[in-house]
Design a protein around this ligand. Structure first.
Ligand code: NDP
Length: 479
């Protein structure tokens, strides 16, 4: 498939004529091309967005809401196509895209379509002397930069509230996963006025950086790695842009001795290996209370070893390929380093050898469990973003809290326990944007979402998204 930029309602290649290859991670074969856009293309998209922004900002919220619902309807009608493309691009199982990513994309549009119809801003009477009220106004043209691991979910998580609040958008999806953004552009091209939503494909350091640095884009919503987030903060700082940064995680998954063991094993496996461990929220640091370590780990190892690796399109696949060769190399290097440091690889750790011929060129890696890792190892500290979980014991809950907080990251954590007061205490003390108790990765679109420490700045979700994608103005009248 040949993807084209979507600018001002029209499709075009990069002005330079350059394209990048899009590779199928399940086979390692080229499956299409996307524009290798640079600053020239990005500026064209920003100009198109500016031409459309004023009229869109003045479009009544009921009409904006109607159009967003229409986008949701069309995604729903083509849900299977979306799931297939997401699986093809990312390598995630198609059933997962069908169960999670696509329904979430639909919900993102429906949720913010509804939200703007009930939204209220405050009014204040200052003892009869002054009347003050707030106006919520669009920010203007917003830059939306999304990563490859949840391409549709995260693009729509940004785009829906951005458009709902009356802004125009320039989106920059990851160069690794352009397919569902392209399908979305087909849908919005029929529904939104030209220029309200623009999509520019290309490399982060060229197209992404041009978007961040352009003075005509006062807001950047970025989801991606912490290093990139730091670069974006630095390069946008001279212009004091509005920034939301949803960054990496090295999340603790804590199993206490009073947990429901069967639920904890099942939940911890999903937390460690869903999407081949390529979710920012993955519980890649597993902490198990020493009293139950043997019984818990026996089940955990057995069930991990039984996870089906294979074709993302097959219904029984749990572990698809990693997104590219680079991610696999990074994961393999981390496993080798852990082994050199004396850790034990108790499950997996290798490139699978029994895959069918057509998948041999894909970027597969066995789900891997690493135990007895040295406390000083980099593997505790660094996000790998592969199907790897490290496991450590703890004696008392406060020890687990200490380990959970011994990280530069603070995106999320999970605690498995039947003791309600312990759950509350641990949730309060863990330094993370979200703490799950007896579950993982569940998230209502109304709740605040974001990270602390190196996992990000700002919150999105519900009213927080409305706040981020708008400017609140106070009007003060003397009576
Ligand atoms: P990257 O930071 O490499 O890239 C994210 C996006 O930014 C891509 O579109 C990328 O383009 C673009 N980009 C890269 N460099 C720049 C730059 N200098 N200026 C502007 N844009 C740039 O992250 P990944 O795509 O590798 O995604 C994985 C990371 O995302 C992990 O660290 C993960 O934890 C994090 N993440 C965080 C989430 C959260 O909610 N906190 C959710 C999901 C993922 P291109 O790909 O074309 O280079």
């Amino acid at each position: 498939m040949k993807i084209l930029n979507f600018i001002g309602g029209e499709y075009s290649g990069a002005r330079s004529g350059k394209f990048l290859n899009n590779t199928n991670p399940a086979t390692g074969e080229a499956m299409g091309e996307l524009p290798d856009s640079d600053a020239v293309d990005v500026v064209m998209a920003i100009q198109a967005a500016h031409r459309a922004a004023e009229k869109w900002a003045k479009t009544p919220s009921a009409e904006r809401s109607r159009l967003l619902n229409l986008i949701a309807d069309r995604i729903e009608q083509r849900a299977d196509e979306f799931a297939k493309l997401e699986a093809l691009d990312v390598g995630k199982p198609k059933w997962l895209a069908r169960e999670v990513d696509v329904p979430r994309a639909i919900l993102n549009f429906r949720f913010f379509a509804a939200k703007i119809l009930t939204e209220e801003t405050g009014g204040f009477d200052s003892d009869g002397a002054l009347v003050q009220y707030s106006l919520r106004q669009p920010v203007g043209v917003c830059g939306l930069i999304s990563p490859w691991n949840l391409p549709l979910y995260l693009l729509t998580w940004k785009l829906a509230p951005c458009l709902a609040m009356g802004n125009a958008a320039v989106c920059k999806p990851s160069e690794l996963t352009p397919l569902t953004a392209h399908l979305l552009s087909e849908i919005v091209s029929d529904i939104l006025p030209p220029g309200v939503c623009n999509i520019v494909y290309g490399r982060g350091e060229t197209a992404g950086a041009a978007l961040v640095q352009h003075p005509g884009v006062p807001l950047i919503s970025f989801t991606g790695g912490t290093d990139t987030g730091i670069k974006i903060t630095q390069s946008s700082a001279p212009q004091l842009k509005k920034l939301s940064l949803e960054l990496g995680g090295k999340n603790a998954n804590i199993v206490c001795k009073d947990a429901d063991l069967s639920a904890a094993v099942k939940g911890s496996i999903r937390a460690a290996f869903l999407n081949s461990g390529q979710i920012c929220l993955c519980g890649s640091r597993l902490y198990v209370q020493e009293d139950i370590y043997d019984s818990f780990m026996k089940e955990f190892r057995e069930q991990t070893a039984a996870l089906k690796i294979g074709d993302p399109m097959a219904d029984d696949t749990f572990i698809g390929p990693l997104v590219n060769g680079q991610q696999r190399e990074k994961s393999l290097a981390a496993i080798q380093q852990a082994t050199r440091e004396g850790a034990k690889v108790t499950v997996g750790g290798r490139v699978p050898e029994t895959l069918p011929q057509q998948l041999r060129g894909g970027f597969y890696l066995e789900p891997t469990v690493i135990e007895d890792l040295d406390h000083c190892s980099d593997l505790w500290a660094n996000e790998i973003f592969g199907p790897i979980v490290t496991v450590q014991t703890f004696k008392l809950p406060q020890d687990a809290i200490k380990w959970a907080n011994t990280s530069t990251y603070g995106l999320s954590a999970s605690v498995w326990t039947r003791d309600v007061s312990r759950a509350h205490k641990m949730a309060r003390e863990i330094q993370a944007g979200t703490v799950w108790v007896n579950t993982w990765a569940k998230r209502d679109p109304r709740v605040p979402f974001g990270g602390v420490k190196h996992s990000g700045i700002g919150r999105e979700g519900g009213d927080h998204s409305l706040d981020f994608y708008s400017e609140l103005k106070t009007v003060c009248l003397a009576t």
